[in-house]
Ligand binder design. Structure first.
Ligand code: HEC
Ligand code: HEC
Length: 500
């Protein structure tokens, strides 16, 4: 396989922290062929992804400080019964990334385990609750109240109230294509915005990029803009955000809240393991007071980012005539209103930056990765881009009462009933389904879709049994990659041996 990296020396590189400049140097000076150099960066990232973090490496949130009150924030969390290591609810819930991202294919017997896949129900993360009503006794109480009355009447209804979020781990496959599309869309949206800022009051600017319609901007006086017509990407609470920040595509996370895999990865390190990266807390800063500084360096985040975005994409298995018929029905009943089968990028080169600027993906770029080299197919026709067969639209939709979460108002950013359209590529292999992993089959998942998807769900269940089976048969063709990252294992093993 041939790998290609372009190195980009921009003026901004001069202002990069020394550590990242050094990491670029190492690669340039690498005695290996450039082709191997990318694999070696990927293998280093894979090692970080799979190696359990130890306390000596910075695992954990450090000693608890009794005066601390922001106890749901990483760095300040208590541990379960004071065990000093884990909490399990609200993070501190694993030792390695792969503990949760380990199931490559559910569609084989036995299920195929590996690196970068989905998680089962046991790995569903419980994010920021302060109240879990396990005994099902206080279901009228949606918010934890200090000094609640323990003698108030029990009210059992089979619903364990919970004021956080529950999220089932998705896979990392094809993440590079998703990140590239999101960055290209963001650049387009920012261009639309600056056009709208300069246009006469009352001018309407349509936000259509890469076939997705994000609504419109209406120009006001003096460069002001009205974003109330923007669809699918605005958070519930927009106070304090600039229009530029609101027009950023954030495809990662089930709510759609991280614009790059690097952003997700550094948050994951902190949330799950209490590993504080330099780019979060600063160089030589021991923010969680565990005696360890630089728990994840800028280079390490770069390796993790490179590993994350070079995970190979899912693929569509041969569509025979039955699967083709199922696909046609999938389109005709409205599923593709949100699950857009394929979107093309403009370029095949994914820019990786540090420091990242979410509103301008072209800033501070230190690597370009050619996604044609990690398994993406070139776009058809004269385009220079790649095809991303994601079956999604990068938008959040209202999904109805069944799926509505109960995350507390003062701690949430997104509406409880909104979720980013799940990408259906690979869906044959990724049980369980829906944001918290509640659906044990595709039919159950489709059955629970409500709100904006209610019409399509109803059409699906109104189909003749045979047509419905064809749709499911079509979905069973959407497979996760075979043997993802296998080519890196020997290299990763030798790197691991060297570091011991
Ligand atoms: C305890 C289980 C768990 C661990 C450990 C874990 N993850 Fe995840 N991961 C999740 C869950 C749950 C989500 C979905 C989160 C959400 O909805 O916001 C997720 C989502 C992701 C995503 C976004 C995927 C997408 O397409 O939206 C990336 C990237 C990711 N994880 C990387 C990592 C990395 C890197 C690590 C290790 C530093 C890690 N994860 C550790 C559970 C886990
Ligand atoms: C209005 C947009 C919309 C429409 C229309 C829609 N979906 Fe979805 N779909 C979503 C969203 C959003 C989710 C994620 C919900 C969640 O995580 O709780 C989802 C989730 C799914 C899932 C679960 C995927 C997973 O990995 O967990 C399946 C399967 C699915 N949809 C199939 C379909 C089918 C089949 C149709 C047509 C009958 C359809 N959807 C129509 C928005 C839509």
């Amino acid at each position: 396989m041939k790998w290609m990296i372009l190195f980009f020396i921009t003026l901004t590189a001069l202002f990069m922290p020394e550590s990242i400049a050094q990491s670029t140097m190492t690669v340039t000076d690498d005695p290996l062929k450039k082709a191997d150099a990318l694999d070696s960066l990927r293998a280093k990232g894979l090692l970080i992804f799979t190696t359990p973090f130890s306390r000596a490496r910075g695992f954990g949130d450090g000693p608890f400080i009794p005066s601390e009150t922001q106890t749901v924030e990483p760095g300040k969390r208590p541990t379960l019964q004071g065990n000093g290591s884990f909490l399990r609810i609200n993070g501190l819930d694993a030792q390695s990334c792969n503990e949760c991202h380990m199931i490559i294919k559910h569609g084989t017997f036995p299920p195929t385990l590996g690196i970068g896949g989905v998680g089962g129900i046991a790995t569903t993360a419980l994010i920021q609750p302060t109240m879990v009503d396990v005994a099902d006794s206080f279901d009228i109480r949606t918010k934890y109240v200090y000094g609640f009355d323990p003698d108030s009447p029990m009210n059992f209804d089979g619903k364990c109230d919970f004021n956080g979020r529950a999220s089932n781990p998705p896979f990392l496959f094809g993440g590079g294509g998703i990140e590239l599309l999101a960055k290209e869309m963001t650049s387009d949206l920012q261009t639309f915005l600056s056009t709208a800022r300069n246009a006469a009051p009352g001018t309407v600017t349509r936000l259509i990029t890469h076939t997705v319609d994000f609504g419109e901007i209406v120009s006001g006086e003096n460069g002001d803009v009205d974003l109330s017509g923007v669809t699918g990407i605005l958070p519930e609470e927009t106070t304090g955000l600039t229009p530029e920040q609101m027009l950023v595509i954030r495809p990662f996370g089930r709510k759609g809240d991280n614009f790059s895999m690097r952003e997700f990865d550094r948050n994951a390190l902190q949330f799950h393991f209490g590993i504080q990266s330099v780019e979060v807390v600063g160089q030589d800063v021991d923010e969680d007071l565990d005696g360890i500084v630089n728990e994840a360096t800028i280079e390490e985040l770069t390796y993790l980012h490179i590993f994350s975005v070079t995970n190979p994409p899912p693929f569509t298995d041969n569509l025979n005539s039955r699967a083709q018929a199922g696909f046609t029905t999938f389109q005709s009943i409205g599923c593709t209103y949100c699950h857009i089968p394929e979107i093309n990028t403009d370029s095949s080169f994914l820019p990786l930056a540090f420091p990242e600027v979410e509103t301008d993906p072209a800033m501070n770029v230190h690597h370009f990765i050619n996604l044609k080299d990690v398994g993406f197919h070139p776009s058809q026709g004269s385009g220079k881009g790649i095809r991303v067969p994601l079956f999604a639209d990068f938008k959040r939709h209202k999904m109805g009462p069944f799926l509505t979460e109960s995350f507390e108002k003062d701690r949430r950013v997104f509406a409880n009933d909104e979720f980013q359209t799940a990408r259906l590529w690979g869906v044959a292999d990724t049980k369980p389904y829906l944001h918290d992993g509640r659906a044990t089959s595709l039919t159950e998942a489709i059955d629970q879709l409500g709100g904006e998807a209610q019409f399509a769900r109803d059409e699906f269940f109104a189909l003749a049994t045979e047509d419905r089976e064809d749709v499911l048969y079509f979905l069973s063709r959407l497979r996760t990659p075979d043997n993802p990252n296998e080519e890196l294992l020997d290299l990763a093993a030798s790197l691991a041996a060297e570091s011991h």
